[in-house]
Design a protein around this ligand. Sequence first.
Ligand SMILES: [Zn+2]
Length: 74
Amino acid sequence: MSNRVTVRQLIGLACPKCHDDACLNLILTTWASLSADRTQPFGDPEWDQDAPCVCKACDFSGIVADFAYTQVQS
Ligand SMILES: [Zn+2]
């Protein structure tokens, strides 16, 4: 038994091909302060339904909307 909250439970995303939800990579949008020396991100990163998303378990790629976990639990 594990009490670990999964990506599927928390965010509602999982791979539509292999159903893995622990190997998803996606492109985030986040704020960052710029200076000549470095770029310092701050705040919570966000993404939208059109952000590119890849499953590293099976290499399925698409957009976040493709990974929406819609299976109804009965
Ligand atoms: Zn997959």
